[in-house]
Design a protein around this ligand. Structure first.
Ligand code: NAD
Length: 480
């Protein structure tokens, strides 16, 4: 299976004819190849985007809305096909790709198809100064979108949809580890009638293709989702060019559980927030903090529930935990489990790789629960990004809050309680961009999404994304 770049509405090989291998993590074999694009490919994509911008930026909102809606419809029409492709490329269970990833990719286009028709510029009458100000929100031009491997089409489209809705043209790069559904999106855009050059998809490695996008002098903004270290590097490259930057980075999210919660709902949700997508979601609650009064009970029940999860080939309908995305990632995650004991941790469940019958070379790991007693340990401070959670107990609200905030990350937090005062105190004081109370990963696409501290800069979602992808220009008119 050969993946090609999508430039100016055409599929083409990389100019230098260099290729990378694409793995199926469920069985550990190469099943295709993808371009290892260079600066020249990115330049070609940029030129196509810059030309398309002249007309795309002048289309009416209704025209843009219509084509975005059409893309959404086509994604839904092909849901089974796309879900199977995503599952094969990434290792995620087919059920997850069908229920979450692909519907959300469609929802991203549909949401911004609607949102752009409601996005308007502001006016300020300067009373007493005989002046009126109005603020135009104009598209930036050509923008760059770079996404990671964990939710491939879901996160790729989360950037592209608002960018093109706002009138920009895009040079985009999916992760080289999961390029397949981004490739298929090119076909869908053509079928939907998206004009040539509005979206250009260039495949390749981060430090070559990705960096060529970030360093391109005329690409005006970079919307990036990925690791914190990569984000810091991108910020360094982009800063001297004063590019607009949106950085959605890593997390080490606390899941704070109080005795007064709805226990059954908490338990079921905590299994999900720990291990959905093999724990490879930036929002997973990987640090579970439990009030001491229910700690022993929780430990017993949680281990029992997790032991019921089925680790298996992602294409099987009953699989709960599929394969990790790559061999290198499996080894990285395993290396954290291997230091658990030295760090004073106790493995309560899991800890080992799994050999799945018929898929012996796949990258499988048991869901793993490690009991820790010190939040300063690496297991609690570093992002593992796999099916590994830690649990520890706390005695008071103050201690829970201190532990939750004792992290360089600040993406999301989950709180389980029915106490209103506590809910509001924690909501105010948690140093995260998102707080879920008595739920997890419930998403309303109008809300601001993003992190504090090392989890990133800027917010995506709703009008925040449309503001990011536009430049505001104030016009002040004085009258006599
Ligand atoms: P990564 O940083 O390795 O790669 C992300 C993307 O950036 C890939 O497309 C990669 O090719 C590209 N890239 C790498 N180096 C680059 C460079 N020098 N210049 C330009 N582009 C470059 O991240 P990953 O391993 O693909 O994804 C996992 C990380 O993403 C985790 O840390 C996770 O928490 C984070 N993440 C964050 C969110 C969020 O919304 N905050 C969502 C999903 C994943």
């Amino acid at each position: 299976m050969k993946i090609q770049n999508y430039i100016n509405g055409e599929f083409e090989n990389p100019i230098e004819d260099n290729w990378l291998e694409n793995y199926n993590p469920a069985i550990g074999v190469v099943y295709g190849r993808l371009p290892n694009s260079t600066t020249e490919d990115v330049e070609k994509a940029y030129q196509a985007a810059a030309t398309a911008f002249l007309s795309w930026s002048q289309t009416t909102l209704e025209e843009r809305s219509k084509v975005l809606s059409k893309i959404a419809d086509l994604i839904l029409d092909k849901i089974q096909f796309l879900a199977a492709a995503e599952s094969k490329d990434n290792g995620k269970p087919i059920s997850l790709a069908t229920e979450i990833d692909i519907p959300r990719a469609a929802a991203n286009f549909q949401f911004f198809a609607n949102a752009i028709t409601q996005f308007s510029s502001e006016a300020h009458e300067s009373i007493g100064m005989n002046a009126v100000n109005f603020t135009l929100r104009q598209p930036l031009g050509v923008v760059g979108c770079i996404s990671p491997w964990n939710l491939p089409l879901y996160l790729f489209t989360w950037k592209i949809a608002p960018a093109i809705a706002a009138g920009n043209c895009v040079v985009a790069k999916p992760s080289e580890i999961t390029p397949m559904t981004a490739y298929l999106l090119g076909e869908i855009c053509t079928e939907a009638g998206l004009p040539k050059g509005v979206l250009n998809i260039v495949h390749g490695l981060g430090n070559t293709t990705g960096e060529a996008i970030v360093a391109h002098p005329n690409i005006k903004a970079i919307s990036f989702t990925g690791g914190t270290k990569t984000g810091a590097y991108i910020a360094k490259v982009a800063a001297p060019m004063f590019k607009k930057l949106s950085l959605e980075l890593g997390g080490k999210n606390p899941n704070i559980i109080f005795e007064d919660c709805n226990y059954e709902k908490m338990l079921a949700t905590t299994v999900r927030s720990s291990f959905t997508n093999q724990g490879q979601i930036c929002l997973c609650g990987s640090r579970i903090l439990v009030e001491d009064k229910i700690y022993d009970q929780f430990k017993k029940d949680f281990v029992q529930r997790v032991s019921e999860l089925i680790v298996g080939n992602p294409s099987a309908e009953n699989t709960n935990i599929g394969a990790l995305v790559s061999k290198a990632h499996l080894e990285k995650v395993k290396s954290y489990i291997d230091i658990a004991e030295a760090e004073g941790g106790k493995i309560l469940f899991g800890g080992n790789k799994v050999v799945v019958k018929g898929s012996e070379n796949g990258y499988y790991l048991l869901p793993t629960i490690i009991e820790v007693s010190d939040n300063k340990c690496k297991l609690n401070q570093e992002e593992i990004f796999g099916p590994v959670v830690t649990i520890m107990s706390f005695k008071s609200d103050a201690e829970a809050l201190q532990l939750a905030n004792d992290s360089k990350y600040g993406l999301s937090a989950t709180l389980w309680t029915n106490n209103l005062n506590r809910t509001l105190q924690f909501s105010k004081q948690l140093q995260t961009g998102i707080v879920w109370v008595n739920t997890w990963m419930l998403r309303d696409l109008r809300t601001p999404f993003g992190g504090q501290k090392d989890s990133g800069v800027g917010r995506e979602g709703g009008f925040e994304a449309l503001r990011f992808f536009t430049e505001s220009k104030n016009i002040c008119i004085q009258y006599e």
